[in-house]
Design a protein around this ligand. Structure first.
Ligand SMILES: Cc1cc2nc3c(=O)[nH]c(=O)nc-3n(C[C@H](O)[C@H](O)[C@H](O)COP(=O)(O)OP(=O)(O)OC[C@H]3O[C@@H](n4cnc5c(N)ncnc54)[C@H](O)[C@@H]3O)c2cc1C
Length: 631
């Protein structure tokens, strides 16, 4: 089967690897000049900077399975035991799990938590027990606000701010009280109330560009997949297999896949193409629903303003998005330049000059057409680019782009329109460089402070290797609506003194550099009422599936959710096509090899029932890595 994956974030990477391992002919199309999506890095003055600090938990089994596949697990070590230092201007505490089994493992730490008084601590168990009984899959649970529910279970404002917020804001990226109870319950039940080790924190020891994007390119190249970077998809259309209703004149697209061919001249007139009549349209949709279709993918054509790149780069070629993280890119795209068509890399962070926040946002994790536009209607891409034909498509882009790209007949219009309701929530990272060491732990959470979480990024950035013996701290601000439009100067004025209050050594130290990275659309807004808007992987077109951390994974918008969505998409695709009589025959033995117990498991469950909204378990392949547990 010839499969195209659109979007090279973790969801798309996962789907592409799984499809390639199942023996399919895979092309991954990514608009930016690197893989990794929202997990990205850039270089600045010889340092490697992640635009946003990422962490994961031991219970993120699908994501850890991906790291295994990429050969990167050793570069993202987990704490041996959950261990977080919580700092405030007045005192510090350590939340460390004990050696006892769950659910008692957190008890000693919580009983000694100094930011709560005795009465508040003793009420914690009430909420914990209620969480255990909560059904996060019940649609009614997703209609409730976390804050209201916690208050109703004895958690006063203080307890919510200094304890529950520590976990909910960072994992759900909305103010703690506003979060969807269902998503919060998934985090609490899986992470805090699940296995004793479930919440042990994993922190990448390499830049995200190396950990994900660079490693994925190498693996996909090894698997024979084609990766085309700087390649934005402009439209996807389902067409009958015979091509009978190709409504365009001129040559049929000469290549069905592949990136070796230079961009072809436009074969079809740009713009949406409508079938000739209503009866044509009905016949076409009926064919498509039978699975008797393939997909025509139209690429956007890079214009002059969009930079030198056209047609993308081959996987396995020059390194892109990898170790050099924002250095010269395969495909010739510029680093650190102004945004064009969403295909820039790394970008320029907000500098120390107090420039307005909106001036120089580091590249968004999404390809945001409006942001990419230069104001003259030129987003660096034009219609009329190359055409590609595929038997199957995994659409693994953020929901805003998916709504634009999803072909006719795949989902009802009102479903697609509903995705806008998922919205977007920002994350801001403040990068603070000191002339000396000021923080003595690798990471810390803060209470009674605007600081949320702080990470020591000195080693990973290469600061000491550069000959600078200071310390580089990154403050990660989730649910950052109130910060995302502040100037660098305002953020510096607020947060440098805040750090000094938390870390006494910082009072004497000099800040040598301060800059800001902003992800305005870091995640969808994970508030009540979003579960019903998140689509499952399958669509009405058997060859078209959706992936992305915003889809219905049952998980928050996280790396774990992204990887699960990629796996669900491929399993759904395989299941749908295998059960469609008119579809191309599947290479079952190879698919089994790739999905191991999932497709060929002892209980012979259908893949749909194995991974999906109501999934029980799935595996990352025959090696059995990363058993997924959704319940
Ligand atoms: C600052 C920040 C901090 C975060 N911290 C954490 C954390 O600590 N832990 C955690 O688990 N998660 C974290 N997340 C969330 C996590 O990064 C995301 O949930 C996950 O990476 C999303 O992956 P994805 O593949 O679904 O989407 P994306 O990463 O958004 O990938 C989609 C890809 O599609 C491409 N694309 C879009 N349109 C087109 C088109 N037309 N043609 C071709 N390509 C296209 C985009 O360029 C992009 O590369 C964080 C996110 C941010 C931004």
């Amino acid at each position: 089967m010839k499969a195209v994956v659109v979007g090279g974030g973790l969801a798309g990477i996962t789907a592409a690897i799984a499809l390639a391992q199942a023996g399919h002919e895979v092309t991954l199309l990514e608009a930016k000049p690197r893989l990794g999506g929202a997990t990205m890095s850039f270089s600045r003055d010889g340092l490697v900077i992640d635009t946003g600090q990422h962490v994961f938990l031991r219970c993120c089994t699908a994501y850890r399975g991906l790291l295994d596949r990429l050969g990167m697990a050793a570069h993202a070590p987990l704490q041996p035991r959950f261990d977080v230092t919580v700092v405030s201007p007045a005192r510090r505490a350590r939340l460390k799990r004990g050696r006892v089994p769950a659910p008692l493992h957190m008890l000693p730490a919580l009983l000694g938590y100094p930011f709560l008084n005795f009465a508040e601590r003793s009420r914690l168990s009430r909420a914990a027990l209620a969480f255990k009984r909560l059904n996060e899959a019940d649609p009614k649970t997703d209609e409730l606000r976390l804050g209201d529910w916690l208050a109703a279970h004895g958690q006063d404002d203080r307890t919510r701010r200094v304890l529950w917020d520590l976990f909910s804001i960072s994992s759900l990226n909305v103010p703690g009280d506003d979060a969807s109870l269902a998503l919060a319950a998934t985090v609490v039940k899986t992470g805090l109330l699940g296995d004793a080790g479930a919440a042990d924190i994993g922190v990448p020891a390499l830049s995200l560009g190396e950990l994900h994007g660079g490693a994925a390119e190498r693996l996909l190249s090894k698997l024979g997949a084609t990766v085309r970077l700087g390649t934005k998809v402009a439209a996807i259309e389902a067409v009958s297999s015979g091509g009978a209703d190709f409504p365009h004149e001129g040559p049929r697209p000469p290549s069905r896949m592949g990136g070796s061919r230079p961009p072809s001249p436009p074969a079809i007139p740009p713009g949406p193409r409508t079938p000739r009549s209503m009866s044509d349209r009905k016949a076409k949709i009926s064919d498509m629903l039978k699975g008797d279709n393939e997909f025509l993918i139209r690429l956007a054509r890079r214009t002059q303003a969009g930079g030198a790149q056209a047609g993308g780069a081959q996987a396995g070629g020059a390194q892109a998005g990898g170790a050099q993280a924002g250095g010269a890119q395969a495909g010739g795209a510029q680093t650190g330049g102004t945004q064009a068509g969403g295909a820039q890399t790394g970008g320029t962070p907000d500098g120390q000059d107090g420039s307005p926040a909106n001036d120089s946002t580091v590249d968004d994790s999404t390809v945001d057409d409006s942001a990419a536009n230069d104001g003259a209607g030129n987003d660096g891409y034009a219609d009329g680019g190359e055409l590609i034909l595929a038997d199957a498509v995994v659409l693994a882009v953020p929901h805003e782009q998916a709504a634009k790209l999803i072909p006719d007949g795949a989902l009802p219009a009102e479903t697609v329109d509903g995705w806008a309701g998922l919205g977007a929530a920002p994350i801001v990272n403040l990068h603070v460089f000191y002339d000396r060491k000021v923080m003595d732990v690798p990471l810390a959470a803060a209470v009674d402070s605007p600081v949320q979480w702080v990470f020591d990024r000195t080693r990973i950035s290469g600061m000491h290797a550069r000959g600078d013996d200071g310390q580089y701290l990154a403050i990660s601000l989730s649910a950052a609506d109130e910060y995302v439009n502040m100037t660098v100067a305002e953020l510096r004025e607020m947060f440098v003194p805040a750090l000094a209050k938390l870390f006494p050594e910082a009072r004497e130290a000099t800040v040598t550099e301060f800059f800001v990275t902003r992800e305005r659309r870091a995640t969808f807004r994970q508030v009540p009422g979003t579960a019903r808007l998140r689509p499952s992987a399958a669509t009405a077109l058997p060859g078209l599936v959706l992936a992305g951390s915003w889809t219905d994974t049952g998980w928050p918008d996280t790396m774990e959710g992204a990887v699960r969505s990629g796996l669900s998409a491929v399993i759904s695709l395989h299941d749908r096509l295998a059960s469609t009589p008119s579809a191309a025959p599947q290479p079952a033995p190879r698919a089994e090899r790739a999905f191991g117990h999932t497709l060929a498991g002892p209980k012979a469950q259908s893949a749909q029932s194995v991974v999906g909204p109501n999934a029980q378990s799935a595996r990352w392949g025959a090696a059995g890595m990363g058993k997924l547990r959704l319940k």
